[in-house]
Design a protein. Sequence first.
Length: 77
Amino acid sequence: MGKKGGADLQNKIRELRARHRLTQAELALQVSVSRQTIIAIESGKYNPSVVLAFNIADALGEPIDQVFWLKSTEKEA
């Protein structure tokens, strides 16, 4: 993440969890990972697998592109 010419995976899990009144622990339980994994994903320190990303989106009742997206880090000339 954060490499020149690459892209950073962004997410709005925290916002969506709040909307659904889910704790990190509750979401983690629903998608079969640890609370620490949810914390790391929310903070951008860990990119989930594609399967986990789809499971998180499903647990939040949202299409995956409403939960995760790529933010380009390329510098314009």
